[in-house]
Design a protein around this ligand. Structure first.
Ligand SMILES: [Zn+2]
Length: 436
C-alpha cells in the first residue's frame, strides 16, 4: 500500500470549522499528518509517498450510512425482496455493497437483512477482501410478532423459508431468536417495535410487549450486541429510551414527553429518520401504484409532516440525527443515499455544515469507532473523499458520482483521482470558494 500525500486541498476535517487549504499525508491505513498551507503554497514532497495535487478540491471524511439494507433489492414490496433466491440474493448484496463505496459511503450500519445470514456473510467477505465494500456492521433479520411488520408467512407455506422477518411470540421465543442471531455472528439485533402503514399495520401501532423488548435487550447485551429498533410510534420511541435501545430508526411520532426523554439521554441514542422513504413514498411512487392519493389514505403524508416536526424539535435539542434509511426500494434506489443530506437541509432546517457533520463526525460513534473514524485528523483511519465542488455551498454535489473524484477506504483508493491540476477545470474557483 503506497503512502499518499494530498496537496492543495480544501480540508473539511469533521470538527465543524470552516475548511482550510492544506495537505493530508496518509501512511498505511492512517492519516499521519494534516497541515494548513494556504492556497498556492508549495508543499514539500514526502519520501515514498505519491503526491496528488488536489487543485483546490474539497477533501472530507468518508461518509457513514446509519440505516443500510444491502439485501433490499430496489423492488416495490417486501414480498419482492424476500422472494429473491439466496444464490442471486448474495450476489445482489455484493454488488450493492460496492455501489455504496462508489458513492462515498465508506461505512454502513446494517439495519436488517432479508435472510438470516446475508449481512454476516457480506460483512465477512468485505473484511477478508473477497468482495469490495464499505466497513459494515451486520444486522439480523427484522424481529417481529405474528401479524406484525415483516411477518410475511402464509399458512400454506413452510414458515422458515418464506418469512421476511424473524417471527417470535413471547419472551422465550425472543430469547431463542436473539441467541440464534448471535450464533450467526450479527453485530446488531433489529426489532420492529412499531408498524409500517404500507404493510397494513399502522405506523402508529406498537407490536411487542415491554417484557419481550426487555428480554431482547437483555440477551443482546449478554452477547455483546447492539439493538436497533424500527420505531415510528410514540410508544415505541419511548420504549427505546426506557429500555436502552441505542439506535432508533424513524422516530416519526413524538410528543413532548418523548422529546424530553430523548434529550435527557441524548448521548446514548442515535436517530436515523429515513426521511427519503416518507418523502418518496408520498411524492415519487405513482409508477408503482402508490399515487399521492393512495399514500395519503395510508397515512404517509400525515406521518411525513409529523416526522419533519419531530426532527426539527430534535435538532433544536441537540439530539443526534443521522443520514440513511430504507434505500433499496424501487422509489428509493441504492446509491441515491446522499439525498438524505439534502432533505436534512430542506426539510429539517439543518445548515449544510450540520448535514455534513451528521454523515461524518457522528458516523464514527455510530460505527462504534468514534476514536478512529469520522475526522480528518492525525491518527484517524484514512477514509477520505475528494469532491469536485463545495458541499457546504451545495450539498447535492454529493449525489453526483462524477463529482466524487476519489474514494479512499482504510488508506487504499477504491477510486483514485484522475486529476491533473492544470488540465481539470474547477467548477468553482478556489478563491470564490473561500468567499462562499
Ligand atoms: Zn429500514
Amino acid at each position: 500500500m503506497a503512502d499518499v500525500l494530498f496537496t492543495n486541498v480544501r480540508i473539511f476535517d469533521g470538527g465543524g470549522e470552516a475548511p482550510f487549504t492544506g495537505d493530508v499525508l496518509v501512511q498505511g491505513n492512517r492519516i499521519a499528518r494534516v497541515v494548513k498551507t494556504g492556497f498556492g503554497a508549495r508543499s514539500q514532497p514526502v519520501a515514498g509517498a505519491r503526491t496528488i495535487d488536489g487543485a483546490g478540491a474539497f477533501l472530507m471524511p468518508g461518509m457513514v450510512e446509519a440505516h443500510t439494507h444491502f439485501s433490499w433489492n430496489d423492488q416495490p414490496s417486501l414480498d419482492a425482496i424476500q422472494r429473491m433466491p439466496p444464490e442471486e440474493h448474495i450476489l445482489w448484496c455484493a454488488q450493492v455493497a460496492e455501489r455504496y463505496l462508489d458513492m462515498g459511503w465508506t461505512s454502513c450500519v446494517g439495519a436488517a437483512c432479508a435472510k438470516p445470514r446475508l449481512d454476516v456473510v457480506i460483512r465477512n467477505a468485505i473484511n477478508d477482501g473477497t468482495i469490495v465494500g464499505p466497513r459494515y456492521l451486520a444486522a439480523s433479520q427484522e424481529i417481529t410478532v405474528p401479524g406484525g411488520l415483516g411477518d410475511t408467512t402464509q399458512p400454506h407455506l413452510p414458515q422458515s423459508e418464506f418469512a421476511f422477518g424473524a417471527v417470535v411470540s413471547g419472551a422465550e421465543e425472543m430469547r431463542r431468536c436473539v441467541r440464534t442471531f448471535a450464533k450467526w455472528g450479527v453485530d446488531s439485533l433489529k426489532i420492529n417495535l412499531s408498524g409500517e402503514s404500507i404493510t397494513g399495520m399502522s405506523s402508529e401501532m406498537s407490536q411487542f410487549t415491554s417484557e419481550e423488548v426487555r428480554v431482547c435487550v437483555e440477551e443482546a447485551k449478554a452477547w455483546g450486541k447492539r439493538v436497533a429498533a424500527h420505531a415510528r410510534s410514540t410508544w415505541s420511541i419511548k420504549e427505546c429510551v426506557r429500555q436502552g435501545i441505542e439506535v432508533i430508526y424513524h422516530a416519526s411520532f413524538t410528543d413532548e414527553e418523548a422529546l424530553d426523554m430523548l434529550e435527557a439521554h441524548k448521548t446514548e441514542h442515535f436517530i436515523a429518520p429515513g426521511l427519503a422513504w416518507l418523502i418518496n413514498t408520498c411524492h415519487n411512487a405513482s409508477q408503482w401504484g402508490l399515487t399521492p392519493e393512495v399514500t395519503r389514505r395510508m397515512g404517509y403524508h400525515r406521518e411525513l409532516e409529523a416526522a419533519v416536526e419531530s426532527m426539527k424539535a430534535m435538532r433544536k435539542r441537540g439530539i443526534r440525527i443521522l443520514p440513511g434509511g430504507d434505500y433499496g426500494f424501487a422509489w428509493t434506489p441504492h446509491g441515491t443515499n446522499a439525498k438524505d443530506l439534502e432533505y436534512f437541509v430542506k426539510y429539517v432546517g439543518m445548515s449544510t455544515m450540520e448535514a455534513l457533520l451528521s454523515a461524518t463526525a457522528w458516523g464514527g460513534p455510530m460505527m462504534r469507532m468514534g476514536k478512529v473514524l469520522g475526522y480528518i485528523r492525525e491518527g484517524y483511519l484514512a477514509d477520505i473523499l475528494l469532491i469536485d465542488g463545495d458541499p457546504l455551498a451545495d450539498i447535492t454535489v454529493l449525489q453526483d458520482k462524477s463529482r466524487i473524484l476519489a474514494v479512499m477506504k482504510d488508506g487504499e483508493f477504491h477510486r483514485a483521482p484522475e486529476m491533473h491540476a492544470a488540465a481539470r477545470p474547477l467548477s468553482v474557483s478556489p478563491m470564490t470558494r473561500w468567499a462562499a
